[in-house]
Design a protein around this ligand. Structure first.
Ligand code: ZN
Ligand code: ZN
Ligand code: ZN
Length: 372
């Protein structure tokens, strides 16, 4: 664990009157301890006291993996427990050895663990660690940005192959199968999601795949992402068409493309999260499709943070008045979704920088034509 990160955490714990933070397997543990532990039934927990040194509590049979973590390799203490011991009592002892105050539990801790911790540490309030951790995790270091850049390049290389993988007459699931293999070939260790939404299925933003046969003239929304070896995620959407799209679709898509590119250019550290979302909607509002302003069909927020999780803070949505800060990484992904007809989305990953923004994607945002 980086000493600088530990001291920032402990300062925040002082400010929030948190006695100790307990972090179980997941993105928070990977972020703090460089330990990508499997979330299994036996308890693994990093206990970070407000004062003093953190301790990793791990099952004896996973001692090898625990000692390979960045945390342990940098000299962090690992306490192992055997099958007949109660690891929650070990955690309780560590907590009671330290200061008084609340116990912060990681946001994704299993309910059975939260409740068991409440049982063994029954005189301390529980709070969410996210109120401290999310602030830190949102502002990526230059190392993290480079890992996200590698992830973006990897997923773009898959998009570059898409025109050669799709033919009219194939099902969405057959296309998705090829894309999944390409995601791994591009250097990811795992496939997180593959959305192939053709024709009317494009109107459902989170459609995954179906047995629908892709036909000539269909627009296809392809939104794909995976996990890279360092744990950082990729996420990129491009929209394709087999042959020629209808005139009203093509015109709306041009407005969307302009709104997406303009929203990326609108990003800087003086702007709020919600203002980026509003900017895109404003640009889409003057264009009409089937008698309604195009932004009526833009039914989700414009973006989400990305890092060790595909979706994390900050969320770029109406109501989020937080300012963007240098180091924040997030998607800019406006779309339009017309029930029964079609959909479209364009998604890049953008980093807010000291002097504006950096788009991690370089691939064309045009409607990508696939020969019929
Ligand atoms: Zn989503
Ligand atoms: Zn996406
Ligand atoms: Zn996304």
């Amino acid at each position: 664990m980086e000493l600088e990160l530990l001291s920032r955490l402990q300062v925040a714990m002082h400010d929030d009157d948190v006695a100790a933070m307990v972090v179980t397997p997941g993105a928070d543990l990977q972020y703090i301890a460089g330990y990508d532990a499997k979330p299994l039934e036996r308890l693994t927990a990093l206990v970070i006291p407000r004062d003093g040194s953190p301790v990793l509590v791990a099952p004896a049979l996973e001692a090898g993996e625990a000692r390979e973590s960045t945390f342990a390799r940098h000299g962090g203490d690992v306490i192992t427990w055997t099958e007949t011991q109660d690891p929650f009592l070990i955690v309780a002892d560590l907590v009671y050895d330290g200061a008084s105050g609340a116990i912060a539990v990681d946001d994704h801790m299993w309910a059975q663990r939260v409740l068991r911790l409440r049982q063994v540490i029954n005189d301390r309030p529980q709070v969410l660690a996210g109120s401290i951790l999310n602030d830190l995790r949102q502002q990526k270091t230059s190392t993290e940005i480079e890992l996200l850049q590698e992830a973006a390049a990897a997923i773009e290389s898959v998009h570059r192959l898409v025109p050669s993988m799709v033919r009219p007459g194939m099902t969405e699931s057959a296309v998705a199968h090829r894309i999944s293999a390409a995601i791994i070939d591009a250097g990811h260790t795992g496939v997180d999601f593959v959305i192939v939404a053709s024709g009317p299925n494009g109107a459902n933003p989170h459609h995954s795949v179906s047995e629908r046969v892709i036909g000539v003239g269909d627009p296809i929304v392809i939104d794909i992402g995976g996990t890279m070896p360092g744990g950082y995620r990729s996420d990129c959407t491009r929209t394709y068409v087999i042959g020629e799209a209808s005139a009203d679709y093509s015109a709306a898509f041009e407005v969307l493309r302009h709104a997406q590119e303009s929203s990326v250019a609108f990003v800087n550290g003086q702007r709020t999260c919600e203002s980026i979302d509003a900017h895109a909607r404003g640009l889409m509002h003057d264009h009409h499709l089937d008698g309604r302003p195009l932004d009526d069909y833009f039914i989700h927020r414009i973006g989400h943070g990305i890092g060790l999780e595909s979706h994390e803070e900050p969320y770029l949505v109406k109501g989020n008045t937080d300012l963007l800060k240098p180091g924040m990484a997030f998607s800019i992904e406006p779309g339009f979704y017309v029930p029964g007809r079609f959909g479209a989305r364009i998604e890049d990953i953008v980093v807010c920088t000291e002097d504006g923004r950096r788009n991690l994607n370089t691939l064309s945002r045009d409607l990508m034509r696939i020969p019929a």
